[in-house]
Design a protein around this ligand. Structure first.
Ligand code: HEM
Length: 415
């Protein structure tokens, strides 16, 4: 018997599909780089029954794409069977009606139609000059000898300032707003400790009180901001209640800030680790749009989402019962060789990028045009202003929120 033949019944570590916490950012290997772990899972068990976290994990691009467009599945955690992965989000989310991210049509359709205009391509194009100004202000403040932390000085503040201005938050309240924003994303973490849960709940209460006061104020003195827009929609006879407006503002904060920070952070890390790609972008700034799409594909800020089938379904021969949880791994879909040749190569001139980093179907990210515009403006200006930018060699530290991927710090030399 050749020594490459393994005895029957004894699997090598290579042959065991990763499962449970190994498929979350709480695991050091997954945290460092989810791609090889997800590649192994796709090869060994593309519709994987994770009995530890009680969910089915999908890793093929075609399966995930089809699932996101399938309107027979639900995003509402209250429809998930008790004890399944998606049911965890009931306690993490607020009680009663949910945000649009966690609700199904027709309620979802109504909420979405009231906010979508603010994020249309036209509205975003109109905001671009102001975003450019904010970017230049941040770059100005970073300049000087030595290095800086790109997350703290650049990728972190930019989306918070942008969304704060959209919502009409006074500059004096920015620090509070930034703290709420950092904690808001924790609402998506089903594995919080009691102390973390408490901290998130307190920040949520302070946020609610702030926006309830803002709504009262805008009713008396309308301004040109998103809170006024949502209030006006209510007053036109549409039924957005005060609770719904507050929930919407909270969702925009939770879904839009850390994710955009991470697009810029993960994207800059990929560029700095691939100097030939950075040089291509510096030589031809018109590549920025494609470069940001490749950043989204290569290292997406949102690595997974969740769905619950309302009747039994079959995927690739595996039957999944109604009420069970399905986790489409968006990060795995992007690296499926069936969708992108040489998927592990970061190439800003790659054509036909079909990433699923903003999801798909009726819940496709509302903020995608804003996130794209901010990242294109920020990265384009950063690599132009500091042509010699390079990584400071130090161990990278990633945040530990399952389903999200982003750096705590990204130290760079600017000159
Ligand atoms: C790079 C940055 C971003 C990424 C990677 C991202 C990713 C996603 C994904 C994957 C979904 C779909 C979730 C699902 O299907 O279950 C989603 C939905 C959503 N995103 Fe984003 N997002 C980003 C930026 C933003 C921004 C800037 C905003 C707004 C300020 C935003 C607001 C939303 C909202 C409101 C939803 C829910 C849409 C719905 O349920 O119909 N996102 N996002």
């Amino acid at each position: 018997m050749s020594d490459t033949v393994k005895p029957a019944g004894k699997k090598s570590e290579e042959e065991t599909p990763p499962t449970g916490v190994q498929l979350t950012s709480l695991d050091p290997e997954f945290q460092r780089d989810p791609a090889p772990v997800l590649e192994r899972l796709r090869r060994l068990d593309p519709v994987h029954h994770d009995t530890v976290l009680n969910r089915y994990v999908l890793t093929r691009n075609a399966d995930i794409d089809a699932l996101l467009w399938d309107r027979s599945l639900s995003v509402d955690p209250r429809k998930a069977s008790p004890g399944t992965f998606e049911a965890n989000f009931i306690s993490a989310a607020r009680e009663g009606e949910q945000s649009m991210l966690l609700s199904d049509p027709p309620y979802h359709t109504r909420l979405r139609s009231l906010v979508i205009k603010a994020f249309s391509a036209k509205s975003i194009t109109a905001m671009q000059p102001r975003v450019q100004e904010i970017v230049h202000g941040l770059l100005e403040a970073m300049d000087g000898p030595g290095g800086c932390d790109l997350i703290e000085s650049f990728a972190g503040p930019l989306p918070t300032i942008v969304i704060a201005e959209m919502l009409g938050v006074d500059p004096a309240d920015r620090a509070d707003f930034k703290r709420w924003s950092d904690l808001a994303v924790m609402n998506f973490n089903p594995l919080l400790t009691p102390a973390e849960r408490q901290e998130v709940a307190e920040a949520g209460a302070a946020f609610d009180a702030y926006f309830r006061a803002a709504i009262t104020e805008r009713k008396e003195r309308p301004r040109d901001d998103l809170v006024t827009h949502l209030v006006t929609a209510e007053e036109k006879g549409d039924r957005l209640t005060e609770d719904e407006i507050v929930r919407m503002c909270g969702l925009l904060l939770a879904a839009g800030n850390v994710t955009t920070t991470d697009l810029i952070g993960n994207g800059m890390l990929a560029l700095l680790r691939n100097p030939a790609e950075l040089a291509k972008l510096q030589a031809d700034p018109s590549l920025i749009k494609n470069a940001v799409e490749e950043m989204l594909r290569y290292d997406p800020p949102v690595t997974q989402t969740g769905r619950t089938p309302l009747s039994d379904i079959e995927i690739d021969g595996v039957t999944i019962a109604a009420g069970q949880s399905i986790t489409p791994m968006l990060a795995a879909a992007n690296r499926d060789p069936a969708a992108h040749p040489e998927p592990d190569r970061f190439d800003i001139t790659r054509t036909d990028i079909q990433h699923l980093s903003f999801g798909g179907g009726v819940h496709f990210c509302v903020g995608a045009p804003l996130a794209r515009m901010e990242a294109q403006t920020a990265v384009g200006a950063l690599v132009k202003r500091f042509p010699a930018i390079r990584l400071v060699e130090s161990p990278l530290e990633w945040r530990r929120v399952p389903g999200f991927r982003g750096l705590r710090r990204l130290p760079v030399h600017l000159r």
